[in-house]
Design a binder for this molecule. Sequence first.
Ligand SMILES: Nc1nc2c(ncn2[C@@H]2O[C@H](COP(=O)(O)OP(=O)(O)O)[C@@H](O)[C@H]2O)c(=O)[nH]1
Ligand SMILES: [Mg+2]
Length: 462
Amino acid sequence: MLPRHHEPIVAVATAAGRGAVGIVRASGRDLALLVAAVCGSALEPRHATHVPFRDASGQAIDQGLAIWFPAPHSYTGEDVLELQAHGGPVVLQLLLARCLEAGAHIGMRLATPGEFTERAFLNDKLDLAQAEAVADLIDASTEAAARSAARSLSGAFSSEVTSLRDQLVALRTLVEATLDFPEEEIDFLQQANARERLTAVAAALNAVLTQAHQGALLRDGIKVVIAGQPNVGKSSLLNALAGAELAIVTAIPGTTRDKVSQTIQIEGVPLHVTDTAGLRDDAPRQDEVERIGIARAWAEIGSADAVLFVHDLTRGGEAAYEAGEARIAERLPEAGSRLVHVYNKADMTPAPPMSAAEQGAVVMSARTGSGLDALRQKLLVLAGWHARPEGGFTARARHVQALRRTQAHLAQAELVLAGAAPALELLAEELRLAHDNLGEITGQFVADDLLGAIFANFCIGK
Ligand SMILES: Nc1nc2c(ncn2[C@@H]2O[C@H](COP(=O)(O)OP(=O)(O)O)[C@@H](O)[C@H]2O)c(=O)[nH]1
Ligand SMILES: [Mg+2]
């Protein structure tokens, strides 16, 4: 039996549903017989040929373009056959079934999600960061995210990582060579400028980390929760940010019960904004639904990257309202960096002077839209976004974490080297660990279960 990664696979590569064109794609080590069976004859490599796609009895299922990519010049590095048929679900299922049947003698099976790209990775067509960029490009929720993913796919991120790795390898070679000649070790390292070189790698790594963090933001965005007492204008704020009437707005307290979420984009950064039920502890006892809504609101707040605490300017001074504000403030976690005070309904009444704690608060009106731009900018700052010229790449949280671990090992290495009598074994070990962590990004060193987790999130047929 063939190992899983060598079994021939087939899948519908286009999205489910009706379309002008639908594609069935097969990949495997030797698909020549499959081509002959389905297309009626051999095909010229990498040429589009118009052929009838035949079933086992020789009848045409459909006709369309067939493209034959013999190994190794294909997406996966194996033989690949692409059939471009009419994009109807039934036609494509028939073609898929036909490929399974015609390839049964070589063990043809359905591809799992991302399996074509996984093969491309295993056959060195792409490194792991590039393979991940394929999925990120497909899943991109904003134009900026798509452009950055395309740059990662073309290797912009990988080449930064590779350059770091080359510098690290040179340093490791130097240190390991020194280990073999203990009598001259320190002189040797000094002459080779080991310290300066290490500082230079660490600085280059910091720059890549900053970029990767921005790239991860573009891909993943941040989670923003709108919270506050009933009727302060939370749902109106969500609608204003989204530019659409998503959440129900009424003058009745307790209108929003379940959470309403929407992804909006600001300068290309996706923000996943959730409107919640108004927080109050005097919700009518019999109103089970509202009480569950409030519990959910607190859960959302707990997992948010940023919380917009909305206040109603028209009700300042009302005793019950002020008491409610104080109770919420008490329970908000880590008030501070993640919390933005938003004073709403500025169209009704002038804003009072802000206390020192509320400097940086936003005064706005969900009704007129005043103050919304300031709030958007505030959210970008909270997200950690730095507007920058074109040229960024997408990255994932996984990459950012690997870079942080690399950074920590380099910092350790710098500490060791700064000592009067540096322990060179320790230095060598920190450099090795830094190298390993860096290698996880491009997939040089990577565990099988991590690979499985990465490709499981792809579409089938990709
Ligand atoms: N004048 C004025 N009214 C607002 C503003 N924002 C919301 N409202 C009104 O306040 C009431 C409660 O709004 P809503 O968004 O449902 O508040 P929520 O309970 O916090 O979600 C509604 O009658 C809105 O029309 C605003 O900026 N100005
Ligand atoms: Mg509401």
